[in-house]
Design a protein around this ligand. Structure first.
Ligand SMILES: [Mn+2]
Length: 379
């Protein structure tokens, strides 16, 4: 007999994340709204695909910030799924602590929360066995003491796991486990959560990290979304098909802009406008890294620059990595270590050629920067 099920697998939504320190108050509140829009998109995918389940592999909300109204809203979202089960395992941001919403809130009946004390859910209608390994506290340096799973080949067996897989465990111990250990448990699919970048490199072994469906910072560039997975099982042998669906509201995008040789700040604004005109800055969260050597008499006012470009951007952050172009002839006349250094380097540069000449020129500017500013940025 062939048995077939399908589901949407997501994780790390981080509802009500504070986004504090990332920008203005309005930025934070817009981004919290984005998280909700993204979650609504997830619910819609379950409905459009007529999937059997929604799996959430931890960090659905942030315990420290999640408000009652957001939890009410969440429960309403779940109600759109009717009888379709929503299977949740707890993460390190939404652990099953004493006052967790998972514990104290009257969730709809289709919501199944897998905990260390009660890690199983059996859907008898569709013959699917769920088992969860999650978090009871904010930090778990090893796997919780949990009853072993009861796998049987006649069922489709799915494990929801929140934590770090195949990591250097000493550095980042969040439910550390190796893919071999998980594999030995014998599940047909492992719905993973914790890492915010999607990773399907172990999909052959039935293990996928969907990543955060809405990216949360500049370390989460690229595509973000969820996986639609279907499993068919015949005579104890499972076959899994999966595909990624991008659903993010915005992207984090970083550009490098060469400011070298500009004669005025207006010129720099023009260059930045040109760069932004070919981007999706009205939607995305943009960072521009300025580089190059600029005349020493131009001192960049980053706040003014950001202000001048603000109208075309949802969120813009400018990072100044330029360095001043010094008047070497003037500085060489000085009767101090800077003057001596320049004259010495000039002589070496005049007598060198090719690569060596280029290297010495670079050394001259790095040395000058160190002498004049007391610091040096080698990049
Ligand atoms: Mn997370």
């Amino acid at each position: 007999m062939v048995q077939e099920v399908s589901f949407v697998h997501c994780a790390d939504i981080h509802l009500d994340a504070s986004f504090k320190g990332d920008g203005s108050h309005s930025f934070s509140s817009e981004r919290r709204k984005d998280l909700k829009k993204t979650f609504e998109a997830i619910i819609n995918i379950v409905l459009e695909k007529d999937a059997d389940f929604l799996l959430i592999s931890g960090d659905l909300y942030e315990h420290d910030y999640a408000s009652k109204s957001t939890i009410n809203w969440l429960n309403e979202q779940f109600s759109k799924l009717g009888d379709k089960p929503v299977v949740i395992v707890t993460g390190n941001h939404d652990p099953y602590v004493k006052n967790a919403w998972y514990r104290i809130y009257p969730w709809r009946e289709n919501v199944r929360i897998l905990t260390t004390a009660s890690p199983e859910f059996m859907d008898n209608t569709r013959n699917v066995y769920f088992y969860g390994i999650g978090f009871d506290t904010f930090r778990q340096e090893r796997l919780p003491d949990i009853k072993p799973p009861s796998i049987s080949t006649e069922k489709i067996n799915i494990c929801l796991f929140h934590g770090t897989l195949d990591m250097d465990f000493t550095g980042n111990p969040y439910n550390p486990v190796s893919s071999e250990e998980l594999h030995r448990l014998g599940f047909d699919y492992y719905a993973l959560g914790h890492f915010h970048r999607k990773n399907e490199s172990l999909a052959e072994a039935g293990m996928i990290y969907p990543g955060s469906p809405e990216p949360l910072g500049f370390d989460e560039q690229g595509e973000h979304g969820v996986y639609f997975v279907s499993i068919s099982k015949e005579n104890g042998k499972a076959e899994t098909r999966y595909h990624f669906i991008q659903i993010q509201q915005r992207k984090y995008v970083e550009y490098n802009l060469d400011a070298g040789g500009i004669q005025s700040e207006e010129e720099l604004i023009k260059r930045a406008e040109l760069l932004l005109s070919s981007s999706n800055a009205e939607r995305d969260i943009v960072k521009i890294n300025l580089s190059g050597r600029i005349p020493a008499d131009i001192s960049l006012d980053l706040a003014a620059l950001e202000h001048a470009l603000a109208d075309r951007c949802f969120s813009l952050d400018i990072n100044d990595c330029t360095y001043p172009d010094y008047d070497l002839d003037e500085l060489a006349k000085e009767k101090n270590i800077t003057g001596v250094f320049i004259n010495m380097m000039k002589e070496k540069i005049d007598n060198a050629s090719g690569d060596e000449k280029q290297m010495l020129e670079k050394a001259l500017y790095l040395g000058l920067e160190a002498l004049l500013t007391g610091k040096v940025d080698i990049s």
